[in-house]
Structures are given as C-alpha cells and as structure tokens.
Design a protein around this ligand. Structure first.
Ligand SMILES: Cc1cc2nc3c(=O)[nH]c(=O)nc-3n(C[C@H](O)[C@H](O)[C@H](O)COP(=O)(O)OP(=O)(O)OC[C@H]3O[C@@H](n4cnc5c(N)ncnc54)[C@H](O)[C@@H]3O)c2cc1C
Length: 417
C-alpha cells in the first residue's frame, strides 16, 4: 500500500501489508515534530528534559467524533485525554469575540444585529433545494446578516476565494442555530500524536524513503523515485485521488475537482497579556490573511518546553489557505510571517517569538465542482485496474482522523478475509 499517514497505519497494523512511504517517518500530515528554541533542525522525538515545542505538520490535530468501534480500538493503543472544546469567532470589524458557533450566540453581536438575525431565522432554508454553490448554501442557511458579518468573509478565506464556484459540503461544520457543532469534545493522546503513530508503526512493515512516481497499471508495477520497482496484485492507495489517477494514467473524462493548500505557521512565543484562552479562533478579517488560529498550549501545556509550562509562553498554529498548488514564493512567505507576527504582537497575543516554523500542506481541503462526476469516475477507473483508494484524500471526501482510521481498519480487515 502507499502512504503511512493515519489511514495507512491503520491498514498496516491490522493486515501487515508492506507500506511504501515517501518520507522518513509515520503519521503523514498528523505527524508531530519538536523544535528546540534557537536550534535549526526539527526533531522526531522530544529531547531529554523536554525543552522543546511540540508541533504538528498540518497544525493541531484533535480527534473528534468517530464511531464507537474506532474509538475503542484507538483507546486500546494509547491513553487519551478528553477535552471540552473552547472555540470562538473573532469579529475584528465589531471589536468582538463571540463563542462558536456564532449562529447559536447571535445575542452576543449587539441588540440591533441580533434583532436582524432573529427576523431572518424564519426564512432559513428557503430555496435550499436549487442550491449549487457553497456561497448560496451559506446565504439560504444563515441569512444576510450573519453571512455579511462572518460566513462570507470567513469562507472566502477558508476556500481561498472559491466559495462561489464550489459545491456545498461539510454542512455539519456549520450547524443550524442551537447546534453545538461537530467537535464539542475531542481527544488527544497523552503521549502525543507522535506516540500514537509510533505505536501503530511498530506493527507495520513500512519502507521509508520510497516516493511513488508512476504506476504501470497494465503490468501492475509501481515505479519509485529512487529507480526501484515493485509488482502488485492489488494496491491500496492513500494518495490524493488526482495524483493516483494521473500516475495510473486512467481516463476520467472530466478534469479533477479543485483543492486548496494550507500554509501552517507553527509559533512558540512569550505569552502576551491579551492572549485568548480558546483552543481555536475563527478569523474572518485578520489583517494578514489567516482564517484560523489554534492554540496548542491552551489544550495542553505539554506542547511547550518543560521550563515554560507556568503560563509564561504560548504555542499556536496559524492557517492560511491557497488555491491548490499556488504556493507562495520564499520571499512571499517571509513577508507573510512578518505580518502575522506583527499582527499577533499588536493584538498582544504574543511577546517575543521564539520559534516560527512554516509548513506547507499541498492537498489540505478537497472540494467538488457543482455537478462534477470526476470523483466517481476516477474511483471506478482505478478500481478497474486493481487500485483501491482509501482515506480522506484517497476518496476525496472531507473527514477527520477518526473516520480515516475507520476506513483504514475496514480496508485492512477486508484483506484478511
Ligand atoms: C489543516 C488541516 C487540519 C486538520 N485538522 C484535523 C483535526 O484537528 N482533527 C481531525 O480529526 N482531522 C483533521 N484534519 C484531517 C486529517 O489530517 C486527515 O483526516 C488525515 O490526516 C488523513 O490521513 P491520511 O493517512 O489519509 O493522509 P495523509 O496524512 O496525507 O497521509 C498520506 C501519506 O502518504 C504519503 N505519500 C504521499 N505521496 C506519496 C508518494 N508519491 N509516495 C509515497 N508516499 C506518499 C505521505 O507522505 C503521507 O505520509 C485536518 C486536515 C487539515 C488539512
């Protein structure tokens, strides 16, 4: 199989099939790493004395939801802490921070706006049947007032400007007024996600440093960047669907659906006097362009260097979306980092920044064009050549860690029968 992210680790740990992984460690975008302030190179493991920040490649990864079978399997691997979500929406234009979900706390945005929201609620959902774009779905679901204030500008950033051209999805992330949203509690391993990935990897047969560059689906041979080859009867792949389709040269008759990339800034800093105590904060109007900040150390001070766990420091991840593959240049990233640090310091969230580490997630969020049949065609064409796509990126389907692990367990168990 291809890929030792959480999906591949679940498959490998129940089936034992060989996993080819391009990087030198397990975990994929959930992979944790450690940075000692002042040192250049990241570490895979906490150094003795724990004087390092623990970050994750794709920003903080919290395990939410999940069916009982998957959660019980996970709890059999390592110990977890369960956290009650603290999420907020920062409306810079109003100078307000409101609990998430905003639609359940309209009274917090002021009497006049709350009255406008109240008068629009009766019309929520009207005309939803003919809706084809995310932007229109937001409008009919939440009304003009909340859309102008939050949903339109936030989703414009979160989708890198594509909300008017992509189909609605992830509706459970924006619950109707009165709902608490999809992640009101979440789990995180006490030993860190790196501890969970290491535990699963112990039971897997992983061949690291093997980057797949081509699939000869006629003769069923995998081609790797190091020039080596490997035959297969059946291939399980967690590669993003558009990459697997291109490598196997299958005919999908339609262009691939769009995706967005995310630039994550992992930051460790002195804690400022106005630093929020939220776990994460949605940002429709940050001046430097990010759409969300998460605070690792507000979930658990263990993310901080051991000597800084007394409230003096904070660690966070700051996310900004880009149209798939349109990565900023090193100079642009440098300028962006400066503007983010400046904004966080001006807000007095942080004092001196000790470490700032950018990380690029090429395929972060997958989307559908209205009416597109590309996903179904690609999955079908790959299956016909003996390639089974699994997991969030493999199946081009929004889902979190727990559901990706569930898919992996099911695919791995199917190999046993
Ligand atoms: C910004 C962001 C935040 C998120 N936050 C959360 C969260 O808080 N909670 C949650 O539950 N979920 C979250 N998710 C979703 C979660 O990351 C995914 O569900 C999960 O990581 C999917 O795992 P995977 O193994 O399928 O994919 P990946 O983690 O992408 O693993 C794929 C693996 O394949 C390898 N690979 C890729 N190409 C090749 C190649 N050519 N050859 C060989 N190997 C290759 C990669 O190196 C990688 O190890 C988030 C996602 C993003 C983008």
């Amino acid at each position: 199989m291809i890929g030792a992210g959480v999906t591949g680790l679940a498959i490998g740990s129940v089936s034992g099939v060989p996993i080819f992984e391009q990087s030198d460690g397990p975990g994929g975008i959930c992979r944790s790493y450690y940075l000692v302030p002042g040192a250049e190179d990241p570490l895979d493991h906490a150094p003795p004395g724990q004087e390092a920040y623990r970050f994750e490649v794709g920003g903080g990864h919290w395990i939410f939801g999940g069916d009982p079978v998957t959660i019980s399997w996970l709890e059999g691997q390592v110990d977890f802490r369960v956290h009650e979500r603290r999420a907020v929406v920062r409306l810079g234009s109003l100078g307000l921070t409101v609990p998430y979900p905003l639609q359940a706390h309209a009274e917090a945005i002021g009497a006049e706006l709350a009255q406008a929201v109240k008068s629009e609620i009766a019309g929520y959902g009207e005309g939803i049947d003919g809706i084809t774009t995310l932007q229109d779905w937001l409008r009919v679901s939440f009304g003009a007032t909340l859309c102008e204030l939050f949903f339109f500008p936030f989703h414009d950033r979160y989708t890198a400007g594509m909300s008017r051209s992509i189909a609605p999805q992830d509706d459970y992330k924006s619950p109707a007024a009165g709902g608490r949203g999809y992640n009101s509690t979440f789990r995180y391993p006490i030993c860190g996600l790196d501890g969970l990935a290491a535990r699963l990897a112990e039971r897997c047969d992983i061949r690291y440093g093997k980057r797949l560059v081509g699939i000869d689906s006629d003769s069923r041979v995998l081609l790797f960047a190091d020039g080596s080859e490997s035959g297969y009867d059946q291939l399980l792949s967690t590669l993003p669907l558009h990459q697997a389709s291109a490598m196997a040269a299958v005919d999908t008759e339609e262009p691939p659906d769009p995706y967005t990339s995310v630039l994550v800034l992992n930051i460790g800093a002195e804690r400022g006097p106005a630093c929020p105590d939220a776990h994460w904060q949605y940002e429709p109007d940050s001046s430097s362009g990010f759409h969300r900040i998460g605070f690792y150390s507000n979930v658990d001070p263990d993310f901080l260097p051991a000597g800084c766990r007394n409230g003096s420091h904070v660690s966070m991840y700051v996310e900004r979306a880009f149209i798939g593959g349109q990565s900023p240049s090193p100079v642009e990233i440098h300028g962006y980092i400066e503007s983010v640090i400046d904004e966080l310091q001006t807000r007095e969230y942080i004092g001196r920044a000790e470490v700032v580490d950018p990380s690029w997630v090429e395929v972060a969020y997958t989307w559908r064009s209205p009416g597109s049949r590309w996903r179904e065609r690609a999955l079908q064409a790959l299956t016909a050549t003996g390639i089974q796509q699994v997991g969030r990126y493999g199946r081009w389907h929004f889902q979190g860690i727990a559901d990706s692990i569930r898919d992996g367990l099911q695919a791995g168990e199917a190999l046993q029968t």
